[in-house]
Design a protein around this ligand. Structure first.
Ligand code: CA
Length: 259
C-alpha cells in the first residue's frame, strides 16, 4: 500500500463493507467542469486512497470494486478516464478493457497493477491501454500520469492512419498490411506510428530517438538501426512495395514511392 506522502492531508478512509457496489461520485463543489474518473479496484485501501486523493485534486471519482460492476459502469457512463486494476473478482482488467474497446468505447485507460513484467505491459498497451502504473506507486506519479492522459484531449476516436496497403489503428495499437495483422512490440508500434504520421518527411536519427525512446542516443549506438531492421522485417520484407527508406546521412523516411 503506497504511503500518501506526496499529497499532504491525504488520509486512508475505510470503504463501507457489505455488498460490493460502485460508490457514487463526490459532488461538484467547484466551478470548473469536473473530470470524471472511474476507478475499478477491489482492494479497499487502494480504492479509498485513489478516491480521496483524486477528489482532493478536483476529480469526480466513482469506485467499482469488482469486474462486472466496473465493466457495466464503464460502458454505461461517460468517463474521462478509467483507472483499471488487473486482478479483479469476476473478470479481470484485460477482459474489461477488451470488452470496452470491442464495444467501441475509447475512454482512456490507465492500468494499475502489481504485475510489472514486460509481457504484461505490452499486453495492456496492445489491448488499447493508454498507460501503465505498477503498484506500489506514489500518488504524485499517478496524478502526473492522469493529467498527461487527460491533456491528450477527449477520448481518442478509432483513428486509423493509412499509407498504401498499411493501416495503423491508433486506439487499438494494431497494425495491418495487406489485411494481415503485424505482430509489433509496443516500441515498434511507436516507431511505426511516428514514421507514418510524418510520412514523406525525412526524419533524423536524433529526432526518432528522442520521440520514440525519449532519450538522446550515443552517436555510436545502433539501437535505432536494430529497431528499424526489426520493423522492416515485419512491415516491408514480406511485401513487394517497400515503405521504410533510408535517407543517407540523415535517417529514415516512410513513403509509398510507387505513387
Ligand atoms: Ca486487485
Amino acid at each position: 500500500m503506497p504511503k500518501p506522502r506526496a499529497a499532504p492531508g491525504l488520509g486512508i478512509v475505510k470503504l463501507p463493507s457489505g455488498p460490493q457496489v460502485c460508490q457514487n461520485r463526490s459532488r461538484n463543489i467547484g466551478f470548473a467542469p469536473q473530470m470524471r474518473v472511474l476507478v475499478i479496484e477491489d482492494e479497499a485501501k487502494t480504492a479509498a486512497y485513489l478516491r480521496r486523493g483524486l477528489s482532493e485534486h478536483g476529480f469526480a471519482v466513482e469506485v467499482c470494486a469488482n469486474g462486472n460492476d466496473g465493466l457495466q459502469q464503464a460502458l454505461a457512463a461517460e468517463n474521462d478516464l478509467i483507472i483499471l486494476d488487473v486482478m479483479l473478482p469476476q473478470q479481470d482488467g484485460w477482459s474489461i478493457l477488451r470488452a470496452l474497446r470491442n464495444a467501441g468505447k475509447q475512454t482512456p485507460v490507465l492500468f494499475l497493477t502489481a504485475r510489472d513484467t514486460v509481457y504484461d505491459k505490452v499486453r495492456g498497451l496492445e489491448l488499447g491501454a493508454d498507460d501503465y502504473l505498477v503498484k506500489p506507486f506514489d500518488f504524485s506519479e499517478l496524478l502526473a500520469r492522469v493529467r498527461t492522459i487527460l491533456r491528450r484531449g477527449p477520448a481518442r476516436q478509432s483513428e486509423i492512419l493509412r499509407v498504401a496497403d498499411l493501416q495503423l489503428d491508433l486506439a487499438r495499437h494494431k497494425a495491418f498490411r495487406a489485411g494481415a495483422k503485424l505482430d509489433l512490440t509496443a516500441k515498434e508500434f511507436a516507431l511505426l506510428e511516428l514514421l507514418v504520421r510524418r510520412q514523406s518527411e525525412p526524419l533524423s536519427r536524433t529526432l526518432i530517438a528522442a520521440q520514440v525512446w525519449d532519450i538522446n542516443f550515443d552517436s555510436d549506438s545502433n539501437v535505432l538501426e536494430v529497431a528499424i531492421r526489426r520493423l522492416r522485417a515485419k512491415v516491408d520484407d514480406p511485401f513487394p512495395t517497400k515503405l521504410i527508406h533510408t535517407v543517407r546521412g540523415v535517417g529514415y523516411v516512410f513513403e509509398d514511392r510507387t505513387e
